[in-house]
Design a binder for this molecule. Structure first.
Ligand code: HEM
Length: 342
């Protein structure tokens, strides 16, 4: 039964995206203010009914997100790239994802293996595929693209060389204004160059040091967040002319429906054969209207946005709307203290 999936919801044009239960949303703030930090923690399965219940969350938006991804790739094939030496890391990633989905969602996915002869079934997307592991000619796409067309979240694959990480493969169709085509072949400090304040605080030096020690079988995760006007998955630099102007359409009347908190649940995995690191950036959107149905989230979001350093509000692209957002959110903040933690 695939009745739980919103097959027809849209992240463009008609924007029918919605969450049936906002409490499932991974609210990212554990205090009333926010600053960049090396916020990495073990990626352990969490409470039932949350986005952390399983290693890779498959939620009600799965089918609709995969339809949206296919549209983006049809318009712009450069959204998915893999340099020639990353094919093995692509197979590692395919294995990681197929194993996790078949283990955690056996009602939807199954993987049967007989040596290198594998059989994969993806029931929600109606896919059945027999193939030979590590033989590209037996799949309709290269291994990375094949599995990415069946996986929510943008992913990048990092090769480790010369004491740093190189983004040598990636797909981005649900990104917060960055580009695989621009970043591919860059190293950890290069692709992070546009981020304000974090370099001088040593955040990227410490984060890289931590990642270079990442072990197979011990994934880690962190949150990132930004704001998006309308539930757009694909906010790419390549299509800025289409979605950028939407930022000028906000009023106090439409703020609740149009403004979305965009949360990225990012997880990192050391891959076994290639020794590459896979980075999953999973995007969750929730309208202000739905967020403020949880009173402690309403209070906290108001305070975080009100007090966020100007450099961060500018980088995240909402400085022009910040005052209007704070005005709207202030009506949902009764001034009561909040407790630290989620
Ligand atoms: C932003 C990739 C790991 C912290 C970004 C951006 C990219 C990116 C593409 C956008 C930069 C732009 O404006 O063009 C990656 C990849 C990682 C990784 C591929 C793993 C290999 C980390 C880690 C940290 C981190 C471990 C921990 C501190 C940040 C921060 C931002 C950022 C703070 C700014 C985000 C914002 O304010 O919206 N990252 N990142 N990244 N990254 Fe990473």
């Amino acid at each position: 039964d695939f009745g739980g999936f919103f097959r027809d919801e849209t992240f463009r044009d008609t924007f029918t995206y919605r969450n049936s239960d906002p409490r499932r949303f991974p609210f990212p703030f554990d205090r009333d203010d926010y600053m960049y930090a090396v916020n990495l923690e073990p990626h352990m399965p969490g409470r039932k009914g949350t986005a952390f219940e399983h290693m890779l969350d498959v939620d009600e938006h799965y089918i609709a997100e995969m339809i949206d991804r296919a549209k983006v790739l049809a318009e712009d094939p450069l959204r998915c790239q893999s340099l020639p030496h990353m094919t093995l890391a692509g197979w590692d990633t395919l294995e990681l994802i197929m194993e996790a989905k078949a283990r955690d969602y056996p009602q939807w996915f199954s993987l049967t293996r007989d040596g290198n002869r594998w059989h994969w079934v993806n029931r929600p997307l109606g896919i059945e595929q027999s193939f030979t592991f590590l033989d590209e000619s037996t799949l309709p796409y290269p291994p990375f693209e094949y599995i990415m067309r069946q996986t929510q979240g943008d992913w990048t694959l990092q090769d480790e060389r010369d004491g740093t990480l190189w983004m040598d493969a990636g797909i981005a169709t649900s990104q917060a204004d960055w580009s695989v085509d621009f970043d591919v072949g860059m190293n950890f400090h290069e692709w992070h160059a546009p981020v304000p304040l974090a370099h001088e605080k040593g955040v990227f030096d410490r984060a890289l040091k931590f990642l270079l020690k990442l072990q197979h079988g011990a994934p880690v995760r962190r949150f990132n967040w930004t704001m998006t006007v309308n539930p757009l998955l694909d906010t790419a630099p390549e299509t800025y002319h289409k979605w950028g102007p939407m930022r000028t359409t906000l009023t106090q009347e439409n703020m609740g429906q149009k403004m979305h908190l965009r949360v990225e649940l990012q997880s990192l995995y050391r891959l076994p054969r290639s020794n590459a690191i896979a980075f999953d950036i999973r995007c969750y959107l929730c309208s202000f209207e739905q967020i403020v149905t949880v009173p402690k989230w309403a209070r906290r979001l108001h305070r975080v946005i009100r007090d966020l350093p100007e450099e961060l509000a500018t980088y995240k692209g909402f400085i022009r709307n910040r005052d209007a957002m704070v005005e709207w959110l202030s009506k949902c903040d009764d001034g009561a203290p909040t407790s630290p933690g989620w």
